[in-house]
Write a protein that binds this ligand. Structure first.
Ligand SMILES: [Fe+2]
Length: 327
């Protein structure tokens, strides 16, 4: 089965098996909303992620420091732990139904993603490797919009090689796993659909295979979801790695083993135009602390390009010339 078809079949399988509800009372959900308000960012185990959400680590996964979680009151921690256990049971059942050798699987990465004052639609991204699964439980006291997933056609490696004018892209393992992120913004953005066709009620569990391009929706007010990863033990995951169209290209442009200088230059120039296309997501911020110089120069490039484009639209001489040519 082609990878894309396999992914859709797997998503359909999850919809069928996991369209269930985990017991989480409205009272507990409201208590969680209040409890999360008093957490502060300085504490270990609480960070800000894409789209203005907070990421609160739950003990038991990769992240060993979970001070923020431990600072919650006992009843709140108990209710979260209970939801996590119920979700895990659900996920084990799902894996059994798909005939996985569950003794070789592990469910170890859990976090609560939330914010009280709305959130921006996330950039389409991949943050869990193929071979694993990622699941979400709605922890709001009411319904909320589900995560969006990419429902379009993935470009083939041959098509990408043609587009990039490079015939050695096929040797990159990154390209094979993240190909849809190299689609133009319109094609990627235009093919993101909500995973849950109906409403996603409190306690509802949804999920999809790792390697799926997805993005959290925009929303106003409060939204809170539980995030869980299930994976084969031998498959290592890097919980803080997230690929977007621009971070993928930046990584490729740095690959001196696979690409010669000429190829890397081509990739870098595509990286820059990609940053301009996704300017509303301020791609440079990804490197603000790790590579401040790179961040600054990308920001400059993007803003200069936007200014130039605006100038061309406003410049009557230019628009008259274009009209003359197209006549
Ligand atoms: Fe994600």
């Amino acid at each position: 089965m082609k990878p894309e078809k396999k992914r859709k079949t797997e998503i359909a399988a999850i919809e069928q098996f996991l369209n269930e509800h985990i017991e989480f009372s409205e009272e507990d959900a409201r208590a969680l909303e209040t409890a999360l308000k008093i957490l502060n960012l300085g504490e270990a185990g609480l960070s800000v992620i894409d789209g203005g959400r907070y990421d609160l680590y739950i003990p038991g996964g990769y992240r060993v420091q979970c001070d923020a979680f431990h600072s919650l009151s006992s009843p709140v921690k108990t209710s979260i732990n209970a939801v996590v256990e119920l979700a895990k049971t659900c996920i084990w059942n799902f894996l059994r139904k798909l005939k996985y050798e569950i003794a070789t699987w592990i469910i170890d990465e859990c976090a609560i993603l939330y914010s009280h004052n709305g959130g921006k639609k996330q950039a389409p991204h991949i943050d869990v490797a193929s071979g694993a699964y990622q699941f979400f439980v709605n922890l709001c006291w009411n319904e909320t919009e589900s995560t969006y997933v990419f429902d379009g056609v993935s470009p083939t490696i041959a098509a990408l090689e043609k587009k990039f004018d490079m015939n050695n892209l096929r040797h990159s393992s990154v390209i094979a796993n993240y190909a849809p992120l190299l689609l133009p913004k319109d094609e990627l953005y235009g093919n993101m659909v909500p995973l849950c066709k109906d409403t996603w009620n409190r306690g509802g569990i949804i999920g999809f295979p790792g390697g799926t391009v997805h993005s959290g929706p925009s929303y106003s007010g409060y939204r809170c979801v539980l995030f869980i990863i299930a994976r084969p033990q031998k498959l290592d995951i890097q919980p803080d790695v997230q690929y977007t169209s621009w971070t993928l290209l930046e990584e490729l442009a740095r690959d001196t083993i696979l690409f010669d200088d000429n190829s890397r230059e081509k990739i870098y120039s595509r990286f820059l135009t990609t940053c301009v296309d996704w300017a509303d997501y301020e791609p440079w911020k990804r490197w603000s602390s790790s590579k401040p110089k790179l961040a600054k120069s990308i920001e400059k490039y993007v803003k200069a390009s936007q200014k130039a484009a605006k100038f061309l639209v406003q410049d009557k001489t230019f628009s008259t010339a274009v009209a003359d040519v197209s006549r």
